[in-house]
Design a protein around this ligand. Structure first.
Ligand code: 5RP
Length: 222
């Protein structure tokens, strides 16, 4: 199977994972990216079984609506059971780097509300130590250069993602050359830099379950 087929397989597996627990009034948290898109497309066939979704990006909200799935504002819902999203890297503790698609802040917010975070990923995303994938950091535009200088002090090489404005109107710095030995510590440290909205480490709130697409089938890791 190629990478796209593995992504489709985990998208379908995520639907099968949540299907037995869906109820008429269920709301589903939906992430962003090509793997999350596979989940959305597989979910659409079952849209009569649940009430709707909250989305972590305008792009995913549009894709859900295109399938006829109602999209709710997060402020309209008190809580929900599942958040399904991809990752750029994930380790064996189910800590992740996310934000390759610049949706990290909304992803972190929707994940915070969900009772269960189900990560869907092909096997190329599983790593021992995170950091080969540049760590995205969302910054308030006027703070970009200041935050970049602070990130250099932490040992990284930040690169401005030119031409990208997040759904929240902010900018992204991609931090190269980090070897992330202590993800929780680094996530907290970067979030304390003034001008940072959030960073793409999901270690304080890791995934609960990983559905990993491999050549031997989809593996469930928790
Ligand atoms: C978007 C994300 C995505 O989940 C991450 O980039 C993985 O994307 P893909 O499934 O396309 O590989 O964090 O901000």
């Amino acid at each position: 199977m190629n990478q796209d087929e593995l992504k489709r397989a985990v998208g379908e597996a995520a639907v099968q994972h949540i299907l037995p627990r869906l109820e008429k009034d269920s709301i589903i948290g939906v992430g962003t990216g090509s793997t999350a898109n596979c989940f959305i497309d597989a979910l659409a066939q079952h849209k009569h079984l649940f009430e709707g979704a909250v989305a972590s990006s305008e792009a995913s909200a549009q894709r859900l609506r295109d399938h006829g799935i109602e999209v709710f504002d997060l402020n309209q819902v008190a809580g929900f059971d599942f958040y399904i999203d991809g990752a750029d890297e994930i380790n064996n503790n189910l800590e992740m780097i996310k934000g390759g698609g610049a949706a990290l802040t909304r992803e972190k917010i929707v994940a915070a509300v969900a009772r269960e975070f189900i990560c869907v990923a092909d096997e190329s995303k599983l790593v021992d130590t995170m950091g080969d994938f540049p760590l995205p950091v969302e910054v308030i535009p006027m703070a970009r250069s200041y935050v970049a200088r602070e990130l250099v002090k932490l040992g990284g090489d930040p690169v401005y993602r030119t031409g990208v404005v997040t759904d929240n109107g902010n900018h992204i710095l991609d931090v190269h050359n980090l070897r992330i030995a202590s993800p929780i510590e680094l996530e907290s440290k970067i979030n304390q830099i003034t001008g940072v909205v959030t960073n793409g480490l999901f270690a304080l709130r890791p995934a609960n379950v990983l559905l990993l697409g491999t050549q031997d089938g989809v593996k469930t890791i928790s």
